[in-house]
Design a protein around this ligand. Sequence first.
Ligand SMILES: *Cc1c(COP(=O)(O)O)cnc(C)c1O
Length: 435
Amino acid sequence: MSGKLAILGGEPVRKTPFPAYRTIGEEEKQAVMEVLDSGILSQFLGTWSPDFYGGPRVQRLEKEWSDYFGVKHAITVNSATSGLYAAVGAAGVGPGDEVIVSPYTMAASATAAVVNGAIPVFADIDPRTYCISAETIRERLSPHTKAIIVVDIFGYPADFDPIVRLARERGIVVIEDAAQAPGATRCGKWAGTLADIGVFSLNYHKTIHTGEGGVVVTDDDVLAERLQLIRNHAEVVVREKGTEDIVNLVGFNYRMTEIEAAIGLEQLKKLEGFVRARVELAGQLTKSLCELPALTTPDVERGVRHGYYVYTIRYDEKVHDVPRKVFAEALRAEGLPVSEGYVRPLYLEPMYQRRIAFGRDGFPFTYAGYRGRVSYERGICPTAERMHFSEVLCLTICHAGASSRDMRDATVIFEKVVDGAAELVHLDEAAMVQR
Ligand SMILES: *Cc1c(COP(=O)(O)O)cnc(C)c1O
């Protein structure tokens, strides 16, 4: 099927929007009403008391989360951002230390180091998985490395075994940012449980959500206790609790409310169904798109279940001699919501380029106790830059709200634009702006 491209004035393939992802139903509504009827919207106290660990629903969600994922401890928080900040703090990381992290991720993965006074050191990503790997991490190890934050980006669980091995030999803590990957697996193990600490997000556009929220998991009793303290005003609790190691136990309020916990309990029950829907629809898309020579569909290793938070395609602009920007614009004109790249490699942001975080003097980058050297120059992670600036196309249409028909439409759109690609060769970006 072909026809004149919509970007050149033809009829678009799709005239109705692709469905939005909505996960909240009657069950969540009912659960919230029960909390409201109870009158207790949160039951945390920032003192060493039975309520230090929160109310009944918060504790039930933690119990069910740890049972579901087969981990010893689950600690709810008010966002995955808070969870990452707490995780780096719990690991004992501070000024003078380095944290190796991916540049191709949501900002908080790296800011978690900065907030704790440490220096993010960016390792490049693997072009097939978009995750950092043992090889790229090894190049960035230094005597100052205290933690590694590995992100299961787009819902793809990174290859943790060699990373954890590398870290164990050196006493480095590995944190898994599984914000995008609940329900994904690698070799039969859940994403989020592949490192020393795992962090999940429950923000409103993740696979399951509570509006805002997060859960941190670990099998380590000491880390779990430190996470609970950081979540809830550690500085005034440690004396009575009798905690000896008070490093980084400065205390925040990262507490989840009973309302979010009640929603989370219902969402967790739905997780498996949501992930299956994503896997099924993504599989359908891959089956048809992998035939198109300009496109490289997700490369899923044997033994991996991709969570498909984002469906990514690598686009080779040499095949049709059409720049990615023009190709993407042509897809959008046909009614397909597609974005070019994901986030700019984080080190290109002003905080790193100008080395300004806390105060005017450049802390932590200029901290005299920091003996390492870090570069944030363009070019330090060439694969991340190439993926972002010229190859990656992102789709978020594979989810439980969508159908096979939607995947078929997406395929038809790609095929139509590929068939008409010759007409796009001379359509330069200036002409597109006028359109
Ligand atoms: C969404 C996200 C976060 C932050 O989650 P919040 O719950 O919004 O704070 C962290 N890391 C990654 C990779 C994310 O996608």
